[in-house]
Design a protein around this ligand. Structure first.
Ligand code: FCB
Length: 487
């Protein structure tokens, strides 16, 4: 123990120290600009792509329109006690009808990109079989509107709204669901990739698997025992791999595809060479049934040993599919999963528990730890051969009390984002290959089990009138985008 203490003290790496200095005072990369204007903050690389993100069930509404079938979230929100304010996504912020206004809002931010999701039950109301002929019409209109505004569409194929019909046949416990997802991916790729050139397969497997099938907090609200839960995990990564192959086979050539996963990130509690290694090791194990198997094509020994008789059933052929080559990795990054210190005993790291006083934003899970914006992509790039990384989500919930004239002075969200971006800038300054950032979210929206009680938008929505009012954070983000630097 004492040796660890002394070693810890030496520890900010040279690269880390110079990048921190760069973040605070302007990097070499912007030195000519900094020379003229000494207080100008450091920049992001040229061509960095800035955008916002949403998902179908959270913003669209139009739940019963144009042949959409029910999803597990339609069912779940109707079960008493599931959603904090008893609400549903039936209407939400009515993006289905107000997308033109919403695209104009994106344009006013100067955003380059928009990440939205496609509702599987709009396209296949029964989950598989016969496609709904008008099921992609809304996305056709949305994509055309985006392109006309000069905003590049990035589509996510699955953001948790499983067709209820598939749940009735076993949902993610059934291998057929993974197959049905591959077929749906092929259909969408065949229809949209003339204009949508960037596709994400599944949003946050880790969240929908564990919140939906272990804690039961999210749809479909199950609490499965470990063996069945591991099989769900396996079917989720298999579905991802099948979708990658489907997009390659049915999409226009050159369509780029990858996951959008909430990488569980271990952060070195004190930045020493030993603790940095420990954080890498911990990150690899924390993601064993998700990103790690997707990137490495095998389950880690520690994962299989720990699962024992509850390990998933799988074949080598499935591992090949799961690890199909991706063009980029999307990382949803909010809070560190744990801080770690090195340990001489296996597995080589010790988690440091979050103390009761650890600060957080309006959502209790959103523990402050802005340095995760550095460590998540940095650990991923260190562990796996990833050439292009996108931060597919990052953002904050806040109290967001409008003043009498309807404006929201969300300085806490601005502070939060500024800190996150400072650490992201450290990553790009150290050549971690982060190519773009999608802020969650454009608009306040249906925040799953929290309903409308929790707000994540840059734009405030008055849910009674659907009036949209940009918050102070929207102005902040517009500045960041226009400078390509902290603001
Ligand atoms: C992520 C989800 C997204 C949103 C944000 C706040 O985990 O992907 O839909 O709920 O959290």
């Amino acid at each position: 123990m004492p040796s660890r203490l002394t070693r810890r003290r030496t520890l900010l790496t040279a690269a880390g120290a110079s990048a921190l200095a760069a973040a605070a005072y302007g990097s070499a990369h912007t030195s000519s600009r900094t020379a003229q204007s000494p207080r100008r903050p450091a920049g992001f690389p040229d061509g960095f792509r800035w955008g916002t993100a949403t998902s179908a069930y959270q913003v669209e509404g139009g739940a019963h329109e144009d042949g959409r079938g029910p999803s597990i979230w339609d069912t779940f929100t109707r079960e008493p006690g599931r959603i904090r304010d008893g609400s549903t996504g039936d209407v939400s912020v009515d993006h289905y009808h107000r997308y033109r206004e919403d695209v104009a809002l994106m344009k006013s931010l100067g955003a380059h990109t928009y990440r939205f999701s496609i509702a599987w039950p709009r396209v296949f109301p029964e989950g598989k079989g016969k496609a709904n002929p008008g099921g992609l019409d809304f996305y056709d209109r949305l994509v055309d509107e985006l392109l006309a505004a000069g905003i590049e569409p990035y589509a996510t194929l699955y953001h948790w709204d499983l067709p209820q019909a598939l749940q009735d046949r076993g949902g993610w416990e059934s291998r057929d669901t993974a197959q049905a997802f591959g077929d749906y991916a092929a259909y969408v790729a065949g229809r949209l990739t003339d204009r949508v050139r960037q596709v994400f397969t599944i949003n946050e497997m880790q969240t929908f698997v564990e919140q939906g099938h272990e804690t039961g907090n999210f749809a479909p609200g199950l609490k499965l025992p470990p063996g069945r839960l591991n099989q769900v995990r396996h079917h989720a990564v298999l579905a991802h791999g099948l979708a990658v192959q489907a997009v390659r086979a049915s999409g226009r050539r050159g369509t780029r595809v990858g996951p959008a996963e909430n990488i569980a990130t271990a952060v070195p509690a004190v930045e020493t060479a030993e603790n940095i290694k420990a954080a890498e090791r911990a990150t690899r194990e924390l993601n064993a049934p998700y990103l790690t198997v997707m990137m490495e094509g095998r389950y880690t020994d520690a994962y299989l040993a720990k699962a024992g008789r509850d390990a998933p059933r799988f074949t080598d052929a499935e591992l090949k599919i799961i690890s199909s080559k991706v063009d980029f990795v999307g990382l949803n990054v909010y809070a560190p999963s744990q801080y770690v210190l090195a340990s001489e005993a296996a597995p080589g790291f010790t988690p440091v528990p979050f103390p009761a006083s650890h600060p957080h934003m309006a959502s209790s899970w959103l523990l402050l730890g802005p340095e995760v914006l550095y460590w998540a992509p940095r650990n991923a790039a260190r562990l796996w051969p990833v050439k292009d990384i996108f931060i597919t989500e990052n953002g904050a919930s806040a109290a967001d009390e409008p003043t009498p004239d309807g404006t929201v002075h969300d300085v806490d969200r601005v502070m939060y984002l500024r800190n996150c971006l400072m650490h992201l800038q450290r990553a790009t300054a150290e050549a971690v290959p982060v190519r773009g950032y999608f802020l969650w979210s454009l608009l306040d929206n249906f925040e799953w089990a929290d309903g409308y009680a929790t707000r994540f938008g840059l734009v405030h929505v008055d849910y009674a009138t659907q009036r949209r009012t940009p918050k102070l954070s929207a102005e902040f983000y517009r500045e960041v985008i226009s400078r390509n630097a902290l603001a």
